[in-house]
Write a protein that binds this ligand. Structure first.
Ligand code: ZN
Length: 313
């Protein structure tokens, strides 16, 4: 517990409730990836028509044209460019700047990563690989990926040591992590050594947490990044860490150690990186659904929208 206190500052409570609202998501999406602007505009459009999209494109084209003219002709064009901005839009921009930019920068999201098992608890076994080791290796790789993307990370187990499930949950809850992802390996008890692929689990009984949407995105992106078989997103109340955490949580079984071919992949640094990239991308899309291109009417931040996207692939 002590080392976590040293490494991670406890989050201050957020005024006015949790900050996973649409407004913040859209703003962050726009800030992080300029390209998503046009997508946000598409979703902002009324359902019945494409007016929002047209307006968005028109103003982008106008801005681009004005900028290129400005570049070619220098000062003279600069004047005409500034004249194009009406008094109304100047006022609006000013109000926006005061309201949004002057505000305190929100802290990056905190992701709790739970490397399953550890110490005397080895988890399942392959021919040579131990689940606890792979879980930790993938968790460390995921920490790298998320840190590069600007997230804060709470790594619940940093080395090969036993850690009680209750402690894992308590630490994640006390730090008010924004999401919780547990990493595990699977095994098939029967004779068939070809059983393989990725499963992602979540507790669907707690409607106050967005568990299913997180699980769907983490699953979809990891299947995509690895090319592994997707065995499905599965609902269960039996998984202690995914059920007792207070933030959206899921548990991913990244492969089968009973499958020799999959075991070979799972121990390789390349494949672990692919797994980490997929999980990180799923987490990113969870926080910033505006980064997804969604060719249907359901908003991407809704569970229905996420289901539609994940089923379409
Ligand atoms: Zn396990």
């Amino acid at each position: 517990m002590k080392k976590h206190t040293e490494r991670y500052r406890r989050k201050k409570p957020v005024k006015g409730g949790r900050r996973t609202g649409l407004g913040v998501s859209v703003l962050l999406s726009v800030g992080i990836l300029g390209m998503s602007l046009s997508q946000v505009m598409v979703w902002a459009a009324p359902k019945a028509g494409g007016a929002g999209e047209e307006v968005g494109e028109a103003s982008q084209i106008k801005a681009a044209r004005s900028a290129s003219e400005l570049f070619e002709d220098g000062q003279e064009k600069e004047e005409s460019f500034s004249q194009e901005v009406s008094a109304d839009s100047k006022e609006a921009a000013q109000a926006f700047a005061e309201k949004e930019i002057g505000r305190e920068q929100p802290e990056p999201f905190l992701v709790a990563i739970d490397a399953g098992h550890g110490g005397v608890d080895s988890g399942c076994m392959g021919k040579t690989a131990q689940e606890k080791e792979l879980n930790l290796q993938i968790a460390l790789e995921l920490e790298k990926e998320l840190t590069q993307k600007g997230y804060r990370v709470l790594l619940l187990r940093e080395k090969d040591e036993f850690q009680d499930k209750l402690d894992r949950v308590e630490i994640a809850n006390s730090y008010q992590a924004d999401v919780f992802v547990s990493i595990h390996q699977n095994t098939y008890e029967g004779r068939d050594k070809t059983v393989g692929g990725i499963e992602t689990w979540y507790d669907g009984t707690d409607a106050s947490r967005d568990n299913q949407r997180l699980a769907l995105l983490v699953h979809r992106e990891t299947v995509k990044s690895t090319g592994a078989r997707g065995r499905g997103v599965i609902e269960s109340t039996e998984l202690y860490v995914a059920s007792k955490t207070l933030m959206p949580a899921c548990l991913i079984e990244t492969g089968f150690l009973s499958n020799p071919q999959e075991e070979k992949l799972l121990v390789s640094a390349d494949y672990q990186k692919k797994l980490a990239e997929g999980i990180a991308r799923g987490i990113e899309l969870y926080f910033h659904p505006g980064l997804m291109y969604v060719p249907f009417e359901e908003a991407p931040w809704s569970l229905a929208g996420t289901e539609a996207v994940t089923e379409a692939r």
